[in-house]
Design a protein around this ligand. Structure first.
Ligand SMILES: [Zn+2]
Length: 372
């Protein structure tokens, strides 16, 4: 029969002694049967649960109905019981934890081979971006970043792509759905280039500025060997009071030599971007065939046998772009600057001789570990 608390009819000292003794002996003998964590919880609840634990019953059945002149004496006994029960429950907890069943469940087989955690490495695209950033850091540029979900205003309008301008069609844009109720310039899209960060930075910092902007960009290009709906750009912007096209050429020539080696040559050919005027493409002498167009007896594919590779777009910042940030000190009559942008994935492809951009994003460790 498990121990139960019964009502007291006799509150004499002798009767109280015997009741308390009975309770303690039940407590001790129940404590010896605890051999696991589950046992211990049941033991604790049986004695200490607020609702119907033994302590509560002692309170209800012994202390509360005690006659006035015995209250003090019974109160002291109840305190003693409480203390003793708490101590016993604590000690039993320690004992049940050091029990052999716990040791069994935590046993270690030290003869098993260890867990091998391979060390990671920079992804080839990130590595290329970091190399580019570090060349510009050494020239005193700082790094700027911006959101990948952009408004039409920052992605197009403020970069001199007015609504309905045909240049917008050259960037197959992924728009966020259900934006039709908003004014055009507030509608959200996935940025198609890192250029919005130019405007965002010029809104925050007064000239002069020199920044590079690495980041992910998105276009509605179906994936194939040379296209991916997500790719990486690095963009740069320098604005000061007397910047000329010669500064652009000198900076970019230095940059590409620092990245690919001092033997490469550069040349510029006219191009068009809405946010630069004049605009140019920088070509670099093919660093794969050395500019000859041939690799042994095979035609050089990366330069299509021309000996030159288009590496980036650039130009002098269009004064119309400065109009959007004129209030922050970018008066197009006073400041001038140049901007440039390149695809980091494409540079990594050329640098490492990879023939499919998809390989970069498939997460195949066998491919990626070649670059570690
Ligand atoms: Zn070549």
């Amino acid at each position: 029969m498990p121990y139960t608390v019964t009502k007291l009819t006799d509150y004499s000292e002798a009767a109280l002694d015997s009741a308390v003794r009975g309770l303690f002996s039940a407590l001790d003998s129940e404590a010896t049967t605890v051999s696991s964590d589950t046992d211990w919880k049941a033991f604790r609840d049986r004695w200490m649960a607020r609702k119907n634990g033994v302590l509560t019953q002692v309170n209800d059945l012994w202390l509360k109905p005690a006659p006035k002149d015995a209250k003090r004496e019974v109160g002291q006994r109840v305190n003693e019981i409480k203390k003793r029960v708490e101590e016993t429950v604590d000690q039993t907890a320690e004992r049940s934890k050091s029990d052999s069943s716990v040791l069994d469940s935590e046993r270690l087989d030290i003869s098993l081979p260890g867990i091998h955690r391979p060390i990671g490495a920079e992804h080839p695209v990130i590595k290329t971006m970091n190399e580019i950033v570090s060349v510009f850091r050494n020239l005193g540029y700082s790094v700027s970043e911006g959101p990948e979900i952009e408004t039409d205003y920052y992605n197009f309008e403020s970069l001199n792509f007015p609504p309905n301008h045909p240049a917008r069609d050259t960037q197959d844009t992924l728009f966020i759905a259900n934006q039709e109720s908003k004014p055009l310039r507030e509608r959200l899209l996935l940025r198609t280039h890192t250029s919005p960060v130019q405007i965002r930075t010029m809104e925050k910092l007064k000239p002069p500025i020199r920044i590079v902007i690495p980041g992910k960009v998105y276009r509605n290009d179906p994936p194939d060997a040379s296209h991916s709906p997500m790719f990486h750009q690095i963009e740069g912007l320098a604005v000061d009071y007397n910047i000329k096209f010669g500064d652009l050429k000198g900076t970019l020539d230095h940059f590409i030599k620092a990245l690919l080696g001092s033997s490469v040559k550069t040349r510029f050919k006219p191009s068009f971007f809405p946010f630069t005027e004049p605009s140019a493409e920088m070509m670099v002498s093919c660093f794969i065939c050395g500019g000859s167009g041939w690799r042994g007896n095979d035609p050089c594919r990366p330069c299509k046998q021309s000996g030159w590779i288009e590496i980036l777009g650039c130009g002098m910042v269009d004064p119309n772009v400065f109009e959007f940030v004129k209030d922050n000190g970018y008066d197009p009559k006073k400041v001038s600057g140049f901007a440039f942008g390149m695809g980091a994935d494409r540079l990594a492809i050329l640098k490492y001789g990879v023939d499919d951009i998809q390989l970069f994003f498939q997460g195949d460790v066998r491919f990626l570990e070649q670059f570690s």
